[in-house]
Design a protein around this ligand. Sequence first.
Ligand SMILES: [Zn+2]
Length: 276
Amino acid sequence: MIDVHVHLFPDEIVWRFYAWIEKKHKLKVVMPIEWEKAFEILKNMGIKQIFNLTHAVTPEYSKMLNEWQGKLKKKFGFITFGAFHPENNEELLIEAFKQKWIDGLKLHPPVQKFRPDSKEALKIYDLLEELKKPLYIHTGWFPDNGFQYSAPEMYEPLIYNYNFPVILAHMMLGKTKEIRKFLDERRNVYTETSNALINLETIDPITGEKVKWLTEDVIKLIEDYPDRILYGSEIPLIWWKPEETLENIHKLNIDEKIKERILWKNAVEFIEKYIK
Ligand SMILES: [Zn+2]
């Protein structure tokens, strides 16, 4: 199995995540966030390869995170989506690709506080188009700010004006139906299951509306786009049992062949096509 949504960060950053989950959201972390312990859990779940995602929480961490990814890549052969912040110089990203530290870029608009259709975002997309490198980007509801930096329509310029491969994280959590038009627009747009298969309901901090994570739309999307959806867990930044991310796929009442595609075949094809 291949898990395409994993966050193994260096230990000196891990305290930030504990603070964010436990202090800010009053949630109990159910698994260790330290990378070696999280990696052990992944191996015990039967995960053979991961896409490791390290977005830049603040601009000064970008270079360090990309070097970190380079080390993991060398040692474990992970697929690495590295860090860049709109406030960083473009050279930083060019260098990270040149050094082969990273295979693609991870952006997290709700954490990095920029809209995916903003001028600074488009500048980053221009650079990726030039470099012909894949982008992995957060989509859908986020605990801190709802859809403020991740409403479906904000991804229109990215999908309609560029050609590099894109993984839209979380199946546009909370508004999954809206992702269909993007998957229809071009063949090299993908999405993944992290958070979307968890049976949770949250309250939007901005609008006060209920947000349901696992919906009928999620299951229909899997059935209608079996070649474009990858398995992701969000380990270790989760507050439910990590194994649940896998169990919930196995429990789905869909063709076993589709499950196989999601659990590893689609990711293998993605790597063959866009990483190698
Ligand atoms: Zn994530």
